[in-house]
Ligand binder design. Sequence first.
Ligand code: ADP
Ligand code: MG
Length: 742
Amino acid sequence: MDAFRLLTRSTKFSKSAAAPAESSRLPSTGKAANPQLFRTAEGEKLESAQNGKKRKRAARAVDEKTEEDTADLDFFHSNKRSAAPATETTGHTKGDRGQPIAQDESDEEDAMDEVQRRTILNSHKIKVTDLRDLDEIQLQPTPAPEDSKKKKKKSKKEVPEPEPQPLSKKEQKRARRMYPQPLVSFKELRSRYKISSRLAENIAEQGFTVPTEVQLGSLPLLLGDSSVSTAGQVSEPDLLVVAPTGSGKTLSFMIPVINKIVRHHHSSQSDEHGILSLVVAPTKELASQIVNEGRKLVAGTGVKITLMRKGMRVVEQEDEGESNALDEDSEESGSEAENEEEDKPKKQRNNAPVTKSDILVTTPLMLVNSLSANQTTSIARLPLVRSLVLDEADVLLDPLFREQTLDIWRSCVHPDLRVSLWSATMGSNVEDLTQSTIKERLESIGHPSTTSHPLVRLVVGLKDSAVPNIDHRLVYAATEQGKLLGLRQLLRPAAASASDVRLRPPFLIFTQTIPRAIALHSELKYDIPAEAGGSSRIAVLHSDLSDSQRSDIMRDFRKGEIWILVTTDLLARGVDFRGINGVVNYDIPNSAAVYVHRVGRTGRAGREGGIAVTYYTKEDIPYVKSIANVIDVSEKLRGAEGEKSIQKWLLDSLPDLSKKDKQELKKHGVKARQMSKQVGGKDKNAGQDGKSSRETRISTKSGFERRMENRKRGAIEASRNRKATANTDGNESAGSWDGLED
Ligand code: ADP
Ligand code: MG
């Protein structure tokens, strides 16, 4: 494919226009075959058996139904199933016709036994752990359904004597392990978990067929199994989830949040109006994306979701008069997402009406400012919030955001609050902080017991690891100049060049700081020939831009009008550009976690073929090991077949970094690229002066020189292309912009 075809794709963006001739292994070419990252043949067999059983029974149910219609002669089911909910479509409540069936046959058939659940969970590398104190776990009364759901080791509870023997580490671990029922198909959301039918339709409409691992494991925990709840409600836990980038965590928390609100609207408390759920995310880009995803799910359910904006009022402050609630931007129709992103600050200050919405999605600072009148008063309470979702929780609880996040958490004073924390990386400090905050909050609202609902941790795959479906390249470039040369080669490898890496747009380039992103952008701007769209194809995004500039760039990148986006760690987290082909770490990331998240912008939902290129210089050598380790683990996760990009000798020869140096790096990045003068900034990577110094400069030639060269090249190219228009195949070299070609 040539640059012109890419151009076509960008102006008329449609799935079919996306590079038909390209190999199906490119993320940009479309859907992933299977969004699941881990599965074994054994688990797969079991799951399809489960599904098969349901299908068979569903067919039977339909048979029965038609027969019932003609003659109501089904004694068996009319006797036994009178109390059961109507689930004809799946046939859950019906037994084999003509055969005497056990009273609870349907439940038994649906609920897998522990071995089955264990097999499926293990085959997807899902590990569920009860994080409460051990004595709390053991103190639990053991009502049969609760126990069968959670699978605590019964033997541990059978030691009633006053001198309980301390458990060995291994036994403790075993006592904490849980094997909850997995969700083997999205259909179960309706049949088993009784979610709102409209919500189920909205999910189906998005074309998802198989639940991803994190959905498979977490949805049943958060939705509660209705077949169990009739006998004894298993209460919804607080949940800590660690699951790979791009594995569908958004859907995992949005479905339960929305469903809970639908239930609430139908309950006796339905006259309560105000924010019932809060979703907190570290950046505006991510918050806006979550709202857009949420809008697709709430369409027609009566649930309203809103993106927090500057100046928006979310609660009635005591000293303020009554308000007329307004729902200007919380329409529930799935209106075109990107249009909603623009910034409409409400400047009416105190007179602004209180936003009427069920779900509020916000960055920490914006909500704190709203709740505390720009931090001039003590923080107001959010008395109705039942679900608090912290997306990218480890960043939200990192020193940068910690106080704001905890303030928000504490302002949620409802006794039934459930919190869930989501990320692909989570240190044990996050776990500790979560546990202590939950305790502290319950005490402060006079509800000191946590036995009613546990804190559960769900891990998919290996914690803190990069997704296994992308290729990693760790490239030694020696110097800053070397990196620029390397990047140029990546963009436009000369036909004879030895470069084995080809990176095709769209892709992201990460730098350490805002000034470096700006500098790299202006350096690369003239590298794109005019006939391919020129400098409009490349953009820079960082937190010093205005909100509307930021959302315009996001929109254009998603539309395919921008092909290359130079950015800081502002975009490292959460944002989902589905078809990104690669990520370039122009500057090495400040930590292994940042690496995991940056490269996780590609390979979303199991897509294969994404590439992550990381350059490092001599100055970076002390910091490379943790990244090399991440790559090594990810390649091991992938399995034996692929060749390793990290050789053992390299791993062994790279120096280890002390804990102190690691912290220093995380805070300030690589020293050589810092500016001498520190200026406070909004961005995590800000804090740099705008003017470049010798060390931080990114350039080989002046922009003017490049522009002139580029013009000349463009003219030559244009004339050459005129001659070669007949060739539309695109496999032939179209000249200097080879980097975009197949
Ligand atoms: P995470 O938050 O885990 O990084 P996201 O929630 O952003 O991941 O989801 C990544 C992508 O996967 C999104 O484009 C989403 O639409 C898609 N996705 C989510 N669930 C599924 C599924 N079950 N099947 C296919 N694609 C899915
Ligand atoms: Mg996410």
